[in-house]
Ligand binder design. Sequence first.
Ligand code: SF4
Length: 195
Amino acid sequence: MNASPEYTSRDYTVSLPADEYIAVYRDARRFAACCRACPNYGRSWACPPFEFNVEEYLSGYRTALIIATKVTPLQSGMLLSETERLLRPERVRHERMLLDLEQRFGGRAFAYAGRCLYCPEGSCTRPEGRPCRHPEWVRPSLEACGFDLGRTTEELMGIPLRWGEGDRMPEYLTLVSGFFHNAGQIDLTKYQQER
Ligand code: SF4
């Protein structure tokens, strides 16, 4: 459990065979349609359509490690428009951890979906057809690769996703990322102790 002045957070993890995760929790056609309806579609290098083949990108790994952080605001009924700011410290922590895991174990990281953290809002190079400024940091999300995160968190971790009502946040937010690898057991305690 971690506490900030504005929220508490708790990490949950689950590991399962990557083939099983792909077979049971991926619905590429359904989530591709969701992505196409998003205003970010094709406007950020972190979002689809990708320049790589997603099936190939997912292949070659034995294990899918899913990491979820449940973030509970201390004040109820916060404005939905505050979500990005509230989640930012946890997103930064996830993305640092994921890039470190890639360095250590050579796997494939999947970041939380949302506005890319690495350039000021509205300045992504993609709409102008120019290359990403930080391809070494940017990773696709599990949703953008076709995974059903509602089923993932509810069935594998016992965390139903919650959505806001009107302009207000739900009772908690859930940030989900992933790491596909061939490294055997991975201990994430080090990243939790750094919080
Ligand atoms: S790092 Fe910058 S250029 Fe690359 S995807 Fe993110 S916002 Fe776009």
